[in-house]
Design a protein around this ligand. Structure first.
Ligand SMILES: C[S@@+](CC[C@H](N)C(=O)[O-])C[C@H]1O[C@@H](n2cnc3c(N)ncnc32)[C@H](O)[C@@H]1O
Length: 431
């Protein structure tokens, strides 16, 4: 078995080594370690490999908490302690800003971190009927495979939901369509667990009775989905209260449908909203834009400050949801929402929105390149940019600073997805 000395970590949390002029990306290896590794992909310029034995361990190495580590495809950074994970993600952000945009933030904002386990309020579980074994597996996919991992629990799901994984397998095995139910979407609110069952065939009357009994016994709410997102319907109990989460610092309640976008980690989301508002410093009388506003997660807290907010979002359903949430919280007079494709933003379409004193931008992974290019001389004096992709944040930051005349006052990470290599970050720009 070949051995390597690990020089650094890449942006996916893999150890990087070099041998025979090639880079080797080794999963499960940490900087400073000497590991034995096995290659699973060989290319002309690089190899991808898995550490199989640790010859000399890093002081940052910890025993993975979850017994499915290495098998399950999620949580690939469990062998690093929380402080090392935070440092690694901070480094990914700083490296992206430097290598992509030649930028160094004036301040590194303190990392936002919450509970390391039980944090996931949103998940897509795979279901597989294993006919030979007469059972049904419910869980996440195995690493580098389309198979569902055999797992009785998942430490990043809230414990009560984790405990349901084997129970759900038993339930589905009893249905008449165990191989026609490929996926369960989990959406958790402050007081409610919703499970959306994707079904490819109709349920029989006895199936329906089994589902009702399960929902009542375990205190969950079932929705059924027969096709695309607009086929999701409440199944049982029909009098279930709406899914919702609260932002107590701002006295805000946000309702949502199970398949609508909400931030995965509600504890870190509360801190992220607080940080974003502290950076934005909205004042009564200001006019502020919330770009990619979704259901109003940042819009309503901004409106609570007394500012007027314009929320722009690409999904019509989410704009309707944001309007209803503004109404629910008595903030509708200070909020205005519009549907627009911000990937097609032009100087004219942005100018037509009028002048903004400040702007919050929270785009999907693709970033907001078209929008930031349009922030000309009349652009907002302060921008808070929340990002789930350091690479696109860095690209957009480069445009804001080098072409838009903004200064990058600060940037930092939020541990939105502990034990995974996903990096959530927040940055402040001013001019
Ligand atoms: C990271 S989410 C943020 C949502 C919201 N700020 C929150 O915190 O819940 C990104 C949002 O961008 C929206 N979106 C995706 N592509 C878009 C586009 N081309 N134009 C406008 N909005 C888009 C998505 O529907 C989603 O609501």
């Amino acid at each position: 078995m070949p051995q390597a000395l690990i020089e650094s970590l890449d942006h996916e949390g893999r150890g990087v080594a070099h041998a025979d002029g090639k880079a080797i990306f080794i999963e499960g290896a940490l900087p400073g370690e000497i590991v034995e590794y096995s290659c699973y992909r060989k290319k002309a310029k690089y190899e991808q490999a898995q550490a199989v034995a640790i010859v000399k361990a890093s002081s940052q190495r910890v025993e993975p908490f979850c017994r499915y580590f290495g098998v399950c495809g999620g949580c690939s950074m469990q062998h690093m302690g929380p402080a090392a994970q935070t440092a690694a993600k901070q480094r990914v952000l700083e490296d992206a800003l430097w290598h992509i945009a030649h930028l160094t933030p004036e301040t590194i904002l303190p990392a936002i971190a919450g509970a390391p386990w039980g944090y996931r309020h949103r998940a897509r579980l795979s279901v597989r009927h294993v006919a030979k074994k007469g059972g049904v597996l419910v869980g996440f996919r195995e690493k580098r495979s389309s198979y569902v991992a055999v797992m009785d629990s998942c430490a990043v799901l809230p414990p009560a939901v984790s405990a349901l994984l084997p129970r759900l397998g038993e339930l589905i095995a009893q249905l008449s369509i165990p191989d026609r139910l490929p996926q369960i979407e989990v959406a958790i609110g402050d007081d409610q667990v919703v499970l959306v069952l994707r079904i490819l065939e109709a349920l029989s009357a006895p199936d329906e009775a089994l589902l009702r009994e399960f929902a009542d016994r375990h205190g969950v709410v079932f929705y059924l989905q027969t096709g695309g997102p607009d086929t999701v319907v409440l199944f049982h109990p029909l009098d279930a209260p709406p899914l919702a989460y609260t932002l107590p610092d701002f006295g805000v309640e946000l309702r949502f449908a199970p398949t609508e976008f909400t931030q995965v980690n509600p504890g870190v989301n509360r801190m992220l909203v607080r940080r974003a508002l502290a950076l934005l410093r909205p004042q009564a009388g200001e006019r502020i834009a919330d770009m990619f506003c979704g259901l109003g997660n940042f819009t309503l807290p901004i409106a609570r400050s007394g500012a007027t907010v314009v929320g722009i979002e690409g999904s019509k359903a989410l704009v309707e949801r944001a309007r209803a949430n503004a109404e629910l919280n008595g903030l509708h007079e200070r909020c205005e929402f519009a549907v627009a494709n911000l990937f097609a933003a032009t100087p004219e379409s942005v100018a037509a929105l009028g002048h903004f004193d400040k702007m919050l931008i929270d785009p999907p992974r693709e970033g907001a390149v078209d929008l930031v290019k349009c922030l000309g001389a009349d652009g907002p004096a302060r921008i808070v940019y929340v990002s789930c992709s350091p690479a696109t944040l860095a690209r957009d930051a480069g445009i804001l600073v080098h072409e838009g005349g903004y200064a990058l006052r600060g940037a930092g990470i939020a541990s939105m997805f502990p034990h995974t290599s996903h990096v959530e970050s927040i940055a402040l720009f001013e001019r």
